[in-house]
Design a protein around this ligand. Structure first.
Ligand SMILES: [Zn+2]
Length: 161
């Protein structure tokens, strides 16, 4: 199987840049498919439930997240609906080691994206799935959970994303 990438941590510049859209033609290339496999492997080895491309130093608009039990690839994702009701979750980040804190995010979202075969897709996500997707989408815009954190916690039940 494909090897894994090293995960970059603060102050890596890729974590603070806006990532670029991916062309549909690029998605189905063997190179991009291999990149997705390697990104997934990196998430697995780090014991994460989500990982975004800038976390391996590549500023492309793609992230992978475990939704339900299914590993899902989100390419050029866009949130089209957000609930006004919020949920507060303890978050951590593979790229910000040792820091954990409470973040408020929309409890439910609708997200549009391209799947790993270049097909248009849309999902309604709630609770932890919605939190992970919002955290990862922020990575594509150079935003980290520490920018939104309301309180530092001790990281007893950290979600590694
Ligand atoms: Zn993160």
């Amino acid at each position: 199987m494909s090897e894994n990438f090293p995960i970059v941590t603060l102050p890596a510049p890729s974590l603070r840049e806006r990532s670029l859209e991916i062309d549909k033609q690029e998605v189905t290339t063997p190179q991009f498919q291999a990149f997705l496999d390697k990104l997934e492997k990196t998430m697995d080895i780090a014991d994460g439930i989500g990982i975004a491309s800038p976390q391996v130093g590549i500023n492309k608009r793609v992230f992978i997240a475990v939704i339900g039990r299914q590993v899902t690839v989100f390419i050029n994702p866009e949130i089209t609906k957000k609930s006004t009701s919020l949920t507060q979750t303890e978050e951590g980040c593979l790229s910000v080691p040792g820091v954990f804190g409470l973040v408020e995010r929309a409890k439910r979202i609708t997200i549009k994206f391209m799947d790993r075969h270049g097909r248009r897709a849309e999902l309604d996500l709630k609770n932890m799935d919605a939190v992970v997707a919002q955290h990862e989408l922020d990575h594509l815009d150079g935003i980290l959970f520490i920018d939104k954190m309301t309180e530092i916690t001790r990281g007893q039940m950290p979600n590694r994303i």
